[in-house]
Write a protein that binds this ligand. Structure first.
Ligand code: 5RP
Length: 292
């Protein structure tokens, strides 16, 4: 307890010494509240400025996806090799030990399942921000359907999540979905990523495309790429390498990690590209050396 009397006198005021004046390093986040900045700072590596997010939220629309049949067995061994865990609240509460010391990005929306012909109808909030706080989430992911039937509804969901995220200091990850009829062109990704950032997303998840350096340049917040369907490991590393070289601040990758021949080795190889400036060729050699 603080004492009223007998204290050593304060004297070291640093007169004439300027405050450190540190500029917050994450793109577009300089004016966020301290809590939101603190959460983002846990997600992005301070040395590289980038992040390896492991996405294992596929079950929310796809059920038990190949490689994720048992989240409780598959995810814990990968935790040490990635920077952020992205999943649903059901997955976190049932399969991820709360002792993990990695930030959580909560999948915050529900969507139509793969049983529906058109999944781009737009879902809604699957959790509120109080639940995100209870889960100690560092970010809240909102799926959006730009250019598809669900556009208006998903942008409304994004807006409400941004409002609530601002109240609680939880950054919003806006996810660009690509449905069956949706384009995968530079023109589309330029529009969709910018649109999400201007509607308040603090980080945007999208897909790699030709002309990606223009997509990242025009987006005022960090972009992370999804991996998409499983590719041969060398190709997935090439995609990650190009994305980082062209301005992405990381990956939010699922199938190309947990469906790899050796998921732990693949997570580490992706990390070499994202954080250690490995080329795709060097990272693939690293993967092959590590592979069990
Ligand atoms: C869907 C998502 C999923 O989390 C996601 O795409 C998973 O990553 P990957 O495509 O790398 O398997 O956000 O929009």
């Amino acid at each position: 307890m603080a004492d009223k009397d007998g204290n050593v006198s304060a004297k070291d005021y640093g007169v004439g010494v300027e405050p450190p004046g540190e500029v917050f390093p994450i793109k577009g986040a300089q004016h966020l509240d301290w809590g939101a900045q603190h959460r983002l700072a846990q997600m992005f590596n301070p040395a590289s400025g980038n992040t390896v997010m492991l996405a294992f939220d596929h079950g929310y629309i796809m059920g038990p996806t190949s490689g994720l049949e048992r989240l409780d067995l598959v995810i814990p061994p990968l935790v040490e090799h990635v920077d952020v865990l992205m999943g649903t609240r059901g997955a976190m509460r049932t399969c991820i030990p709360p002792t993990v010391r990695k930030p959580i990005c909560l999948r915050g929306t529900y969507d139509a399942s793969v049983l529906f012909e058109d999944m781009s109808d737009g879902g809604g909030l699957a959790a509120d921000m109080v639940n995100a706080v209870r889960l100690d989430a560092c970010a809240f992911a909102v799926q959006t359907f730009v250019g598809a039937p669900g556009e208006r509804r998903s942008l409304e969901t994004l807006a409400r999540a941004v409002d609530a995220g601002s109240t609680y200091g939880i950054p919003i990850l806006g996810v660009v979905a690509v449905g069956k009829q949706m384009e995968r062109t530079e023109k589309f990704f330029l529009l969709a990523t910018r649109l999400l950032a201007e509607n308040g997303a603090n980080v945007v998840k999208t897909y790699y495309c030709d002309g990606f350096e223009r997509v990242t340049a025009a987006c005022p917040v960090p972009i992370v790429i999804a991996g998409g369907k499983k590719l041969p490991e060398a190709d997935a590393l090439t995609m990650a390498y190009r994305a980082i070289a062209e301005g992405a601040h990381g990956v939010d990758m699922g199938r190309n990690i947990f469906q790899a021949d050796d998921p732990a080795a693949m997570a580490q190889a992706v990390g070499k590209v994202v954080h250690d400036q490995y080329t795709d060729k060097q990272a693939f050699e690293f993967y092959q050396d590590l592979k069990a």
